[in-house]
Design a protein. Sequence first.
Length: 168
Amino acid sequence: MALTPELEAAFNDQVTLELASAHQYLALSAWLEGEGLPGMAHWMRLQAGEENEHAMKFYRFLLDRGVGVVLGPLPQPTSEFDSVVDVFRASLAAEHRVTAAINNLYAMATDARDFASFPLLDWFVDEQVEEEATVQQIIDDLERTADNGHGLLMLDRELGGRSAGEDD
Ligand code: MG
């Protein structure tokens, strides 16, 4: 069954949103590296890679549904921050925007009775719960360390230990 034109446009927008998210995470990574926090920079770089994979899931879905992919322009990411915790707060705010977009897609697919969209969207609903929880935990840890250099170093080492395919 063909996607409705509305869903087609919304899924296409989602590809661009995920790519914009990857772009933003790369900017966060660069900022952290500049602050001498290579572990956190590594974590953000892996996050950028995951967002690219998310974009490709929607890209593949559109092509499998016989729909053309139309990529939109990427906004310039924010690249200046006042503190490390602000970087992770920006990341959480971006994840909230992605979650809202996924929820909107889910509502649209439900209205259109486009059941073929559900497995993909279910995967993303779970993924967003995990993403938000992971980033929130890092923010909590950072708030706990406050201006304690040792705590920041420990957290940088911990996040630097993340390998591809795991979230924390
Ligand atoms: Mg994503």
